[in-house]
Design a protein around this ligand. Structure first.
Ligand code: FAD
Length: 287
């Protein structure tokens, strides 16, 4: 399949990219790794009139630890994250689970975040870790908490003239661990069900902060505050993890499809939440 005809502009600065987007409006799309956009254009699910290629914009390909955050620029590829020793916990755990090497070499974390595919892995990781999305428009940048950024199925909170320039993930000061449990039909596939867990431990061994988020079991990636709340202030235990797993299962809204029944997927959420929490605590104890 070939895409519909479209105009193309290669931006050389964020200012240029944002100006081109502002001029084109809703019919214009940014092109980052192209790993979601180009398949959608080839199948005519997306027919943008113009693409603004951001791949030549300098200084967006940086991943660094600065000012208490892990900062991931708009041109940092999935493979850069998988190779880097800067990510911690669930971020490092999830990176190798994104598709296959070809997609990981081109696709970007920020592109996946902007895409808001409920089967995408990164938005669950960012929900679990409490990240901010940095949106830059003609009048400067603003930080949007990831829970507000994900509005709905394939819908984000960007204004029409804004681009994602960075994601900022707070770096915990104490012991931290994370796990990404993903069930896929074959290697490189999108999740049938996945669970992201992020755990921070206090000096006395109790859980001081918990983040749990679900992939592919609702119209958007889903944070589970009720499960997080039962964990905080308590010592890690199988009973506690089972309670959190039950709450996560209740928060999920899976649909029956060729991959399995809704009830079976809900049970996978239940089991994977327990496993993810147990693995995250092991990681935190070893950190
Ligand atoms: C075969 C295959 C398997 C895949 N498997 C997985 C998987 O297992 N897990 C997973 O999470 N993903 C998977 N993906 C998707 C992949 O992770 C994409 O790389 C990602 O979803 C989009 O990133 P991109 O840089 O390729 O964005 P693009 O395809 O270039 O863009 C995607 C959308 O985001 C917008 N956009 C991109 N960058 C920005 C920006 N900086 N600011 C604002 N808007 C922006 C674009 O305009 C477009 O609407 C898979 C893709 C393929 C082709």
């Amino acid at each position: 399949m070939f895409p519909s005809a479209f105009d193309y502009v290669a931006a050389h600065s964020v200012r240029e990219a944002v100006a081109a987007k502002a001029e084109g409006g809703d019919d214009t799309r940014f092109l980052a790794g192209g790993q979601s956009l180009l398949p959608m254009m080839k199948t005519r699910l997306a027919n943008p009139a113009k693409l603004v290629d951001i791949n030549r914009v300098p200084a967006l390909d940086t991943i660094e630890r600065a000012n208490g955050h892990l900062r991931v620029g708009a041109l940092v590829r999935h493979a850069d994250i998988a190779r880097s020793d800067l990510p911690f916990g669930v971020i490092a755990a999830a990176a190798p689970w994104i598709s296959d090497p070809l997609v990981r070499n081109r696709g970007t974390l920020c592109g996946a975040v902007a895409h808001c595919d409920p089967e995408g892995d990164w938005n669950s990781v960012l929900l679990a870790t409490g990240a901010d999305v940095i949106a830059t428009g003609p009048s400067g940048e603003r930080a949007i908490p990831i829970a507000d950024f994900i509005v709905d199925f394939f819908t984000n909170a960007l204004h029409v003239d804004e681009m994602v320039t960075e994601v900022r993930i707070p770096i915990p000061v104490g012991r931290v661990g994370g796990s990404y449990q993903k069930l896929e039909r074959k290697i490189g596939d999108y999740a049938t069900v996945a669970v992201a867990a992020h755990i921070e431990l206090a000096d006395n061994g109790t859980i001081s902060r918990a983040g749990i988020a679900l992939t592919a079991v609702a119209p958007k990636n889903t944070k589970v505050p009720a499960a997080e709340a039962v964990l905080v202030g308590n010592a890690p235990s199988d009973v506690l993890f089972a309670e959190a797993g039950e709450l996560a299962a209740q928060a999920s809204q899976p649909r029956s499809d060729v991959r399995g029944s809704a009830e079976w997927k809900r049970n996978v959420v239940r089991v994977f939440t327990r496993r993810a929490l147990a693995a995250a605590v092991v990681g935190a104890n070893e950190s």
